[in-house]
Design a protein around this ligand. Structure first.
Ligand code: SRM
Ligand code: SF4
Length: 574
């Protein structure tokens, strides 16, 4: 048994990252000292702790080759991830991120698949003032990354009814209940030299001194609408409504997670499974109990086997349920049956229910930048400066503009039009339902392009959908530059997962509502072959689908391997 926090592992048998965490003095490590050094990069150990503070060390991979040739060091830079529960961003917070992107970043902002904002290309010397500026706008980067509770996702719809108000209150309580209590973050980034005179940290009864074995992800969905991709989470909370429109309680789902490693069959994507049902006032305690079981029993010796899904696979859901139940002063009720009607993207115009309007804007792959054809970043800045609207980031990397009055609506559309920003309604369905992760040049784990490859690929696929006569069908397409699954490709109708530069595994047979894993359709195919390889299935789908049948459901009704045989138009290299 561990002497510092009570988890069930010996420090000597733990992974390197565990040793660093344990020695970090509640997430301080050597960060404060290293920030003062005139170096472009932190030490490896500090880099581990840095993640807990919402920062990843990266380098520009486009420049690696040239630097090597010239005998120069890598072009080091930082990625900052701001944790934004439910994706709710005030006007000041948005403008702060826009300013940081311009002053110290690479001039772009990125909406993530977990409703956060990321800033890329920040140099180490600018890190502290960038993080300070984010905190001045009342957001934090603590918990953006690291082995702790990550950003808690929640349906971003800004409806003003009782159910949504109560869910937002639960979200806030969960954030408080699952955030580490260390003062390291404010010492290092906000108070500077005051660090020396600080008081001791309050005890952390959830995380102890070693935090969790691995990242931990939680999302809240509203029964019927799986817009948050609930099954991808370590802990999913599905909110049910009473007949009177109040919050009735939550179904708990546990053990979702999509990461896998190429050629390592002992790693796999998994969908979360039912644990039980709790009343609204019990949900924070129940969530803490789930996290604490993972804290105590998760695998700290092998990071590839450390997510909650592996603990549940190894010990069984009944053991896990019993362990959680033993930590609660109330009974877990039996799980309810879940019916998913849709996975709303919330795009286009909606009435909020309070006389105001909300507009959901499609942001291709979440990247907010100005290009030759569209001044998206400039348009968003002008909208927020002029109308002071609250934004909601969606789990599909898009943005909702809320609280628009009748007059505000006109001003909003005029600004978008002036900057040449395409409206969500004008986009082909394939584009609207596509996502891609950053991959090159910032992601150190990428083995193939994603964000830079998807725009032309998805436009070709949109044409195939049109030729097949199914251009308006909602089919989700998700691409990643490696098997880690950051855009949740294994839950889409169609998934493209990078295997090496220019090649992808093709997955088919998920569903639009994200309730099951898709299956491998073809291995290691060239990017340029993908539209041709999808043509056959899309045409056959168009002619033989049942009424209301989605593409993923149709694929599933076929045998995926038979489908591959029928439509393998090119030789595929294994
Ligand atoms: Fe992710 C690692 C980007 C959502 C699974 N992810 C990374 C890193 C930080 C690469 C790294 O470790 O050096 C990527 C940074 C790239 C860059 O340049 O920005 C990265 N992940 C992203 C984002 C930005 C993709 C996006 O297009 O939006 C998403 C940020 C979410 C956020 O705001 O917190 C993002 N990542 C996800 C999701 C989807 C989700 O959570 O709903 C997953 C699959 C679900 C899951 O966690 O299982 C995901 N990311 C991973 C994994 C595999 C984890 C595993 O259990 O094996 C890694 C690698 C790791 O942790 O070792 C990873
Ligand atoms: Fe990087 Fe892979 Fe995640 Fe894409 S899926 S951002 S390549 S870790």
């Amino acid at each position: 048994m561990c002497d510092t926090c009570g988890c069930s592992s010996d420090l000597e048998q733990m992974s390197g990252a565990e040793q660093v965490k344990a020695r970090s003095n509640r997430l301080r490590g050597t960060l404060a000292g290293e920030l003062l050094e005139d170096t472009p990069v932190f030490s490896d150990d500090a880099g581990v702790i840095l993640k807990f503070h919402g920062v990843y060390q990266q380098d520009d991979r486009d420049l690696r080759k040239e630097a090597r040739k010239l005998g120069r060091a890598k072009h080091h830079m930082m990625m900052i991830r701001t944790r934004i529960p439910g994706g709710i961003v005030s006007p000041d917070a948005y403008l702060a991120h826009d300013r940081i992107a311009g002053a110290w970043g690479n001039g772009t902002l990125r909406v993530t698949t977990r409703q956060d904002l990321q800033l890329h290309g920040v140099l180490k010397g600018d890190l502290r003032r960038a993080i300070r500026a984010i905190n001045d706008a009342l957001l934090t980067t603590l918990g953006g990354c690291g082995d702790q509770e990550r950003n808690i996702m929640c349906c971003p719809a800004p409806w003003s009814d009782r159910l949504h108000r109560e869910i937002n209150a639960t979200l806030a309580a969960l954030v408080t209940g699952l955030t580490p209590t260390t003062r390291a973050y404010s010492e290092i980034w906000l108070d500077g030299d005051l660090a020396a005179s600080n008081q001791p940290d309050p005890p952390d009864t959830l995380y102890g001194e070693r935090y969790l074995p691995r990242k931990f992800k939680t999302a809240i969905a509203i029964a019927g609408d799986n817009c948050v991709d609930i099954y991808a989470n370590d802990l999913g909370l599905v909110a049910h409504e009473t007949d009177a429109g109040a919050l009735a309680g939550f179904d708990l789902l546990v053990g979702g997670g999509l990461g896998r490693t190429a050629n390592k069959p002992n790693t796999w994507p998994a969908v979360a499974q039912p644990l039980g049902y709790v009343q609204p006032e019990q949900v924070v305690e129940a969530a803490r109990a789930v996290v604490s079981v993972q804290h105590d029993y998760g695998d700290r010796s092998d990071r590839r086997h450390a997510r909650l899904k592996y603990l549940i696979a190894d010990r069984g859901i009944d053991w896990f349920r019993g362990e959680v139940a033993s930590r609660l002063p109330f009974e877990l009720e039996p799980s309810r049956r879940l019916h998913w009607r849709s996975a709303e993207d919330h795009l286009g115009w909606h009435e909020q229910g309070d006389g105001n309007h909300c507009y959901g804007l499609f942001v291709e792959n979440g990247r907010i930048h100005d290009t030759e054809t569209s001044g998206l970043r400039s348009a968003l800045r002008e909208v927020v400066e002029t109308l002071r609207v609250e934004l909601r980031l969606t789990p599909q990397q898009n943005i909702l503009f809320t609280n628009l009055t009748d007059d505000g609506r006109g001003v909003f559309t005029a600004i978008l039009d002036r900057w040449g920003v395409a409206r969500s309604e004008s986009l082909p369905s394939a584009i609207r339902h596509s996502m891609a992760c950053p991959a090159y040049p910032t992601c150190g784990l990428a083995v193939a392009e994603s964000e830079r490859a998807m725009p032309s690929l998805i436009r070709e696929i949109a044409l195939v959908q049109r030729d097949a006569g199914v251009e308006d069908e909602r089919i989700s397409y998700r691409m990643t530059g490696c098997p880690n699954g950051c855009t949740r490709p294994y839950l889409g109708d169609v998934g493209f997962v990078g295997t090496t530069l220019g090649k992808y595994d093709l997955f088919l047979g998920g569903d639009f509502e994200g309730t099951r894993l898709n299956e491998l359709y073809m291995h290691n195919v060239k990017l340029e072959e993908i539209p041709r390889l999808l043509r056959g299935p899309l045409f056959e789908y168009a002619s033989s689908r049942l009424a209301g049948e989605g593409f993923g459901d149709w694929c599933r009704r076929q045998d995926i391997s038979m489908l591959a045989e029928r439509h393998a138009l090119v030789e595929v290299t294994a």
